[in-house]
Design a protein around this ligand. Sequence first.
Ligand code: TYD
Length: 253
Amino acid sequence: MARRKKVYEGKAKILYEGPEPGTLVQYFKDDATAFNAQKKDVIDGKGVLNNRLSEFFMTGLTQIGVPTHFIKRLNMREQLIRSVEIIPLEVIVRNYAAGTMSQRLGLEEGTQLPRPIIEFCLKDDALGDPLVAEEHILAFGWASQQDLDDMIALALRVNDFMSGCMFAVGIKLVDFKIEIGRVWEGEFQRLIIADEISPDSCRLWDMETGQRLDKDVFRRDLGNLADAYTEVARRLGVLPSNVTHTTKPTLIN
Ligand code: TYD
């Protein structure tokens, strides 16, 4: 098979040129990183799980009218996506305090917030993805006021959808990060959900026990990361319920 052209390689994914203009192939690696890549490991099966989970969430979002870059899953590790111009901001939505918000504001992890709070971080690894205010975003032209309004509306819809999906399977959606891209349709542009939605970029706590089912398992050495992601996939019906080990997840079609 002809070698595909690699367009970009990140910490957890690789992007290749797609079969048609305006498309890309997104490949999910098993690499896990945390603390701005100071902590690294390879977690067997993580890429397979995230490919399938991201497909699940993006397909559901499309069905409720939230536009995403997802076109179709190609195989265990790859999906076909629309090529977008990524807005250089990480959009974080928080329902409960955790992580950097708890540290910054001295809030105990798990404290319910009065309403969902949206934060923006500049996508810049060298700077450690610093938190930025809307003032910075507008002044430096990273996004327009219209983009910001659209990003907030999209983020809140994703939050309601994801919170509901998780609530249905006994999981609390503490917070998550999304990335948003711009696509051009003739003279018009619109914003769509891009990148991935997976336990790598969410905080997911079991509602009963508080058990962590997300990347904090890796960040904080709380156990086997693939087991945690497999549990999320199993509860959502993405994996059959009889999977008891995770080194080679069995996928259902
Ligand atoms: P946050 O608490 O700000 O940072 P950390 O994960 O380092 O404690 O993260 C909030 C949520 O957003 C959490 O679910 C992880 C996710 N996130 C990412 O996936 N990537 C990022 O670059 C950032 C800043 C956050």
